[in-house]
Design a protein around this ligand. Structure first.
Ligand code: WTA
Length: 664
């Protein structure tokens, strides 16, 4: 039975959505509220009264080999420690615990491959595979504290690999499958990884990418990288280097079946995940064991109101991002929930594949990014209209602000008007959701992430002095430590302090986003204040893209800005000057895009490239991006008197005019 819309009533749908734009608040449906785990607003006040006690009560829901002596050690800010003295193991919490409770037969992942192949992985399967792989890692000489890279993509082995590392105390460093091999090499080098787990090939919309071959082409001889473990995922031909490369299935066969979970200290590192900051060098965000799992698990349980016995939960992110770490792997597994894991893209083999899978697995909870929702809107509501989405009871979004129109479409077309939507604001650094509705309590306003999660304290402050702004726009800050906070930047404590804790003192975390608080105390996150661009929910630094462009052969200089984009939220515009007195050609544009794809990944390719003879610079030689933003967006130019050569701007204006003329 299909419950959605068909093409001919799209106009009626548009009218209905336009009508809903004037609705200010959406209350939790009575039925949802009645069965929600949290449905009494007093939880906020309670958590505030004793926030450390609140977090301790969340940590108590996990299994600890030894309980902590102290909830929070805040004696040396910003280097906070949580659950000091506590001992636990994350893979034990995510797997063994459920098997011991008699739930080994429950499906952990309904995995669905691009070509329609399916695998159901139970908790008992994970228990078996994680132990074996943990032993296989040990057999290779991997020890507690060693860094292990993971570049696998969306197949179940990625969860096995992460959990096996956690089991023996190895620190995983997962790289998103959309990053190029070059980026993988850089991340392995920065983190001094001892092993890398990868695949022979990966599915990419009907084609197979030769992943191992690309890795081989760039990996060279990294001094620390002793092993490359290859999962035979697609049967893609590849070379195996003697003494370095091993097959996953072969070392699994040889490994002993039982591997007791290592007792880890609450503050032992769990993973490093590289993300973009203001400079070209990505930041290695370091998360530890006890606090991270407490945050990921509690937020997953309460924000998504999960009922492990009956829910089928689906987070459509990629495991290579923090959303995948916290809400595909650690949150859902720690709560013993059944998830859907989809290998591919939302539009292959057809534009309704997500909805087909919702129907097939009777998904009840669905979590995605606004950019994906906007793409679905563009493809038309006839795609979801073909499938039965009546199993859904809760929807979520993450990654960027959601525009009210997309929110309403999601609410109506996917949620059938009956599902609450949780717009969740957080970051790689925060480890877990920070600002969000609680679906059985909070009245939502489309476009607002609403309120901080219980126990979290945030504020909006003015840029200069850090004074709170009651109503209106300012910088978002977090005022209390929280368990799943990053502990440092990998091997770079100074940069950690400098980036997050310098502006307003060591007890105020600078988020890097601008936000507004409205008269009801609701938070509206506006966007980044630094040189970080958010393209389809993928975080990129302008400096990183600039250095990839400058590395292209004929390029002399580049300046990159983020521009608003209807589909992807922001898109990258690059101003490029070439070497010699040459004008750029379409071929040169292609070469630049290919260069960026090779050095970072396809998702980082500039949408717009503007060739210029020169870039606007101050007398000290600093590129004035503000002027580039003005000119790219057709705004009147501000003050240009500080420019070394003011005629540069006139020349650029001519260029942009010519570009527009060519488009018309
Ligand atoms: C943005 C992704 C508005 C924000 C989990 C943040 C959001 C950055 C939202 C972190 C949201 C994430 N509303 N903006 N609900 N969620 N952001 O580290 O700018 O990849 O700082 O983590 O995404 O991106 P990251």
């Amino acid at each position: 039975m299909a419950t959605g819309h068909t093409t001919h009533d799209d106009e009626a749908l548009d009218r209905e959505l336009a009508g809903l734009l004037s609705v200010e608040r959406f209350d939790p449906p009575a039925e949802f509220r009645a069965s929600a785990t949290l449905n009494d607003p007093s939880v906020y006040a309670e958590a505030d009264r004793d926030w450390q006690g609140w977090w301790a009560s969340q940590a108590e829901k996990l299994h600890w080999f030894k309980k902590w002596d102290q909830v929070l050690d805040d004696s040396n800010p910003p280097f906070y420690k949580w659950f000091v003295g506590g001992k636990l193991n994350i893979s034990y919490n995510c797997v063994d615990r459920h098997v011991e409770a008699g739930n080994g037969g429950r499906v952990a992942y309904h995995w669905h491959g691009e070509e329609g192949d399916e695998r159901d992985i139970t908790y008992a399967d994970l228990h078996r595979d994680v132990q074996r792989f943990a032993n296989a890692l040990k057999d290779l000489g991997i020890k507690k504290g060693d860094v292990v890279g993971i570049y696998i993509g969306m197949i179940p082995e990625v969860a096995v690999a992460m959990l096996a590392c956690a089991r023996i105390g190895a620190v995983h460093n997962v790289v998103f499958g959309g990053f190029s091999a070059e980026s993988v090499r850089e991340r392995m080098e920065f983190s001094e990884a001892k092993a890398l787990i990868t695949v022979d090939g990966a599915a990419r919309k009907g084609k197979i990418a030769a992943v191992k071959e690309s890795v081989d082409a760039v990996m060279g001889d990294l001094p620390h990288l002793e092993h490359i473990i290859v999962v035979k995922a697609k049967g893609t031909e590849c070379q195996m280097k003697d003494g370095r490369d091993v097959w996953f299935h072969e070392i699994m066969e040889r490994a002993a079946p039982e591997c007791p979970a290592e007792e880890m200290d609450a503050e032992d590192p769990l993973f490093v995940l590289y993300t973009s900051g203001s400079t070209a060098k990505p930041k290695g965000i370091l998360h530890t064991t006890g606090g991270y799992l407490t945050g990921a698990s509690a937020t997953h349980r309460l924000v998504f109101d999960v009922k492990p016995e009956s829910d089928v939960y689906w987070c459509c992110a990629d495991v290579g991002w923090i959303t995948g770490h916290s809400y595909i792997v650690y949150g859902p597994l720690s709560n013993g929930v059944t998830s859907v894991m989809w290998e591919g893209a939302p539009d292959y083999p057809h534009k309704g594949i997500w909805w087909e899978l919702v129907e097939r697995y009777k998904a009840t909870i669905f979590y995605t990014a606004p950019t994906a929702i906007r793409a679905c809107i563009k493809w038309g509501s006839e795609h979801p209209g073909k499938f039965d989405l009546s199993s859904l009871r809760l929807l979520g979004t993450v990654g960027e602000p959601i525009n009210p129109k997309a929110w309403l479409w999601y609410h109506k077309v996917i949620g059938g008007g009956r599902c609450p939507i949780v717009d969740t604001w957080w970051q790689t650094e925060t480890g877990a959701i920070m600002i969000t509705p609680l679906p059985g309590i909070t009245s939502t306003k489309p476009g607002s992430a609403t309120q901080p999660f219980p126990g979290i304290s945030v504020d909006v402050v003015d840029e200069r002095e850090g004074k709170p702004i009651d109503e209106g726009q300012g910088l978002l800050v977090i005022k209390r430590p929280w368990p799943s906070m990053l502990r440092t930047l990998y091997k770079d404590d100074d940069r950690f302090v400098e980036v997050y804790w310098k502006k307003f003192g060591k007890e105020t975390y600078l988020v890097g986003d601008a936000a507004r608080r409205d008269k009801d105390g609701y938070y509206w996150v506006i966007g980044r204040i630094d040189d970080v661009v958010n393209v389809s929910g993928h975080r990129l630094s302008t400096a990183e893209v600039e250095s990839a462009i400058v590395a292209c052969e004929s390029v002399a200089e580049a300046a990159v800005i983020g521009q608003h984009d209807e589909d992807t939220g922001q898109a990258i515009t690059a101003f490029v000057t070439l070497q010699g007195d040459r004008q750029g050609t379409p071929e040169e544009e292609d070469l630049i895009r290919a260069g960026v794809a090779e050095r970072i990944g396809k998702f980082a390719r500039p949408k717009r490239i503007i060739f210029a003879d020169d870039l606007p610079k101050t007398r000290s030689g600093k590129i004035m991006r503000r002027l580039l933003r003005d000119i790219a967006e057709g705004r009147a130019l501000g003050d240009v008197t500080t420019l070394r050569d003011p005629t540069v701007m006139a020349a650029l204006e001519e260029k942009i005019k010519a570009e527009h003329a060519a488009e018309d």
